[in-house]
Design a protein around this ligand. Structure first.
Ligand code: IVH
Length: 671
């Protein structure tokens, strides 16, 4: 059959493009396009090669997978090649797969499949000899990979020695190394703060971390692993079924997916797929589909494999979490703490079922580092409940009309100067609560569900109230009346009454919610709770210094500094007073009565060697209402000095703090 020239040309073009992207993805760990785009190119090429089999050549990208090892790592030849998986993109593809399996096996019986998530990480082969980890290698091109033993040894979910004693002499397990989303986000945030390069997605971060030449760096990265299969095993398979063999691994301390299940036939597979698709967002790691494997190992052997993939397994893919779109503009938003955040306005694009029109660009440095320009074609990533992000620019799609972005030198909302903290990449509006944007955000935060939980006070309503200058602080909320609220857009008599009612209800709160609602920088729910427990009331907290604050679990020097700064602002104290006057109240976490707790408001520091444990003394003092601090300051009331007291004693004497010996302490405790 003659092949049209057009087809020849397109096939050549596709191969060149795929080869280029393979190199970017496998060798450089720096993909230029989302997987979904890559898959499209590959499928197009596969279609041509199916239609014109004469076009297939050994070097076609459809005939090989992945790249070559980089310099720096030893090569490892896999004793059993590491295969790839065929993909199903629809339920029909899945049914078709099940039909093929049964046809080949010449059976009409229902086939049992193991079902598990397809993790989006990197494949690894780990070899145990006599139960000891001796080698770990990446997949590479499936035949040879890279020796990353030192790096894999740093991953806590990979046992260095197997548990028990019934493992085979040689056991090669295969699985996926990945980075959990939470760890990935935290790592990127740290890098952003430090002005360093961030990773595009957890897969790249895992790849970059695993292929570090310095394993000390790998050790700091939050990598994890799930096993999903086997390489060489001495004395044959571990059981007669995939699922049985997998469960054996658990008994030796190896990790398998908690989602692993055995399902019945195509129907069971499709059900499983739908269930996982629903749960995808809530998992702490990225998955790009689910994998089904014929459970019976004899049947697996009977089915065998074609060039690169087993006939007994298939991956059913989910919609991609990354898509390409156009960056139309960059707006700058002002947050609650005045931070200016550039936000990308996008040509609407559907990413895994949700239409995305905005994405965060984090800060100016990040835009520079990624060289993002207005008008660029960009890759957007949306995963879990994290705000969509601009991952990178597709450089070869950049036109001549792109525009560089400049961060404004004045607050775009209130015109105040912007300031950049020395050790931060963030630029802030200096306007404080003068800035309507900061006011709005502060009030929204105050009203949020986890703060004062004012039902019915949505973002739009706060915007209106601030814009009409009906409120400018959270305390003003409690001065609103039904009439005023009813006159606002989209409000009526009933909803106004409801809001006033909700405001009344919100006044009964807890100290930790109240502290959280104030929006002190870096004081999240957990810290607010710790502060509430430690101080018990707001007055003591208001006068705490940075040293005593650091006694509170969860509070470090930076948070302590933010808290002190917050309570040093007269206007903040004024708002707190107004809120309390308006009737905001809470039950004290530790109810105290004068008689039972004679030491309320007293701060005691312990130093030197005492006859009883510090913990014991501390608890007794606390039971009497005293606060026990770790360092001496002008706010310290008593220093209890045991034998060999050092610098704390000197400091107390200098500050004129009353010093007690153990007899003095006992007197204090007997009050
Ligand atoms: S089984 C012979 N199971 O997907 C079958 N692979 O496209 C070999 N992957 O290289 C793979 N999760 O990196 C299998 N539960 C899973 C998987 C999984 C992720 C990756 C793996 C492999 C690629 C194949």
């Amino acid at each position: 059959m003659t092949i049209p020239q057009k087809v020849h040309d397109r096939v050549a073009e596709l191969r060149e493009e795929i080869d280029y992207h393979n190199y970017q993805y496998y060798v450089l760990d720096h993909p230029q396009i989302p997987d979904s785009e890559y898959d499209k190119l590959m499928r197009e090429l596969q279609r041509f090669e199916r239609e014109y089999p004469d076009l297939v050549t050994p070097e076609s990208p459809t005939q090989r997978v992945g790249g070559k090892p980089l310099d720096g790592f030893d090569e490892v030849t896999h004793r059993v090649p590491m295969l790839s998986l065929d993909n199903a993109f629809s339920e029909e593809d899945m049914q078709e797969f099940d039909r093929r399996v049964r046809d080949r096996l010449k059976t009409t019986d229902t086939i049992q499949y193991t079902a598990e998530p397809k993790l989006d990480g990197l494949a690894i082969n780990i070899r145990y000899e006599k139960g000891v980890l001796v080698q770990a290698a990446t997949r590479g091109d499936g035949a040879t990979g890279e020796d990353v033993t030192q790096n894999v040894r740093t991953i806590s979910s990979v046992p260095l020695r197997l548990l028990g004693d019934d493992y085979p002499d040689v056991l090669e397990v295969r699985g996926e190394i990945y980075m959990p989303r939470a760890g990935f986000e935290a790592m990127n945030e740290r890098a952003r703060q430090a002005g360093e390069k961030t990773f595009a997605n957890p897969r790249n971060a895992a790849a970059g971390s695993l292929r570090q030449l310095d394993s000390k760096i790998t050790a700091t990265r939050p990598l994890a692993m799930f096993c999903y299969g086997f390489g060489e095993i001495s004395n044959g398979p571990l059981g007669d079924k995939q699922s049985v063999s997998m469960n054996k691994l658990t008994s030796w301390g190896l990790r398998i997916s908690p989602e692993l299940q055995v399902v019945e036939g195509a129907e069971g597979c499709i059900e499983y797929y739908r269930r996982m698709a629903d749960r995808r967002e809530s998992l702490d790691y990225d998955i790009d589909g689910v994998v089904f494997k014929v459970d019976n190992l004899d049947l697996q052997n009977e089915l065998g494999f074609v060039s690169r993939a087993p006939r007994w397994a298939i991956a059913q893919k989910f919609p991609a979490q990354e898509e390409i779109t156009k960056l139309l503009a960059i707006d700058v938003q002002v947050g609650r703490t005045g931070a200016l955040t550039p936000v990308a306005r996008l040509e609407p694009v559907n990413v895994a079922g949700v239409t995305v029109t905005n994405a965060t660009l984090h800060n100016e440095d990040e835009i520079r580092r990624k060289d993002i320009r207005i008008g660029d074609t960009v890759i957007i990533r949306r995963a879990g409940d994290v705000i969509p992000q601009v991952v990178q620019v597709v450089l070869n799609k950049r036109g001549d009309d792109v525009e560089k972005f400049e961060m404004p030198t004045a607050c775009p909302v209130c015109g105040s100067d912007v300031i950049r903290d020395e050790d931060e990449a963030v630029i802030r509006c200096s306007g404080g609560l003068y800035c309507p944007a900061q006011r709005k955000e502060a009030i929204k935060h105050f009203a949020a569900r986890r703060a004062l939980d004012i039902e019915g006070l949505g973002d739009k309503l706060v915007d209106q109230l601030v814009e009409r200058e009906l409120i400018s602080t959270p305390a003003d909320l409690f001065r609103l009346d039904v009439e005023t609220v009813a006159g606002l857009e989209r409000m009526g008599q009933k909803s106004a009454e409801n809001l006033i009612d909700a405001l009344k209800q919100s006044k009964k709160t807890t100290l930790s919610r109240f502290l959280f609602s104030l929006g002190i920088r870096e004081v999240g729910e957990a810290t607010a709770q710790a502060l509430a427990l430690y101080y018990g009331d707001i007055q003591t907290l208001e006068s705490a210094d940075t040293e005593s604050l650091q006694e509170v679990p969860d509070v470090g020097p930076i948070v302590a500094e933010h808290i002190v700064t917050f309570f040093n602002q007269g206007h903040n104290l004024e708002v707190i007073r107004q809120l309390i006057d308006a009737g905001v109240e809470w039950e004290s976490p530790k109810p105290k009565t004068e008689g039972e707790q004679p030491l309320v408001g007293k701060t005691v520091v312990l130093t030197g060697t005492l006859s009883r444990s510090r913990q014991e003394i501390k608890e007794e003092l606390q039971a009497l209402g005293a606060k026990v601090a770790g360092s001496v300051s002008s706010k310290t009331d008593f220093l209890v000095a045991g034998a060999d007291a050092g610098s704390k004693l000197t400091k107390a004497e200098k500050l004129g703090v009353e010093v007690l010996d153990e007899a003095g302490l006992n007197e204090l405790l007997s009050q």
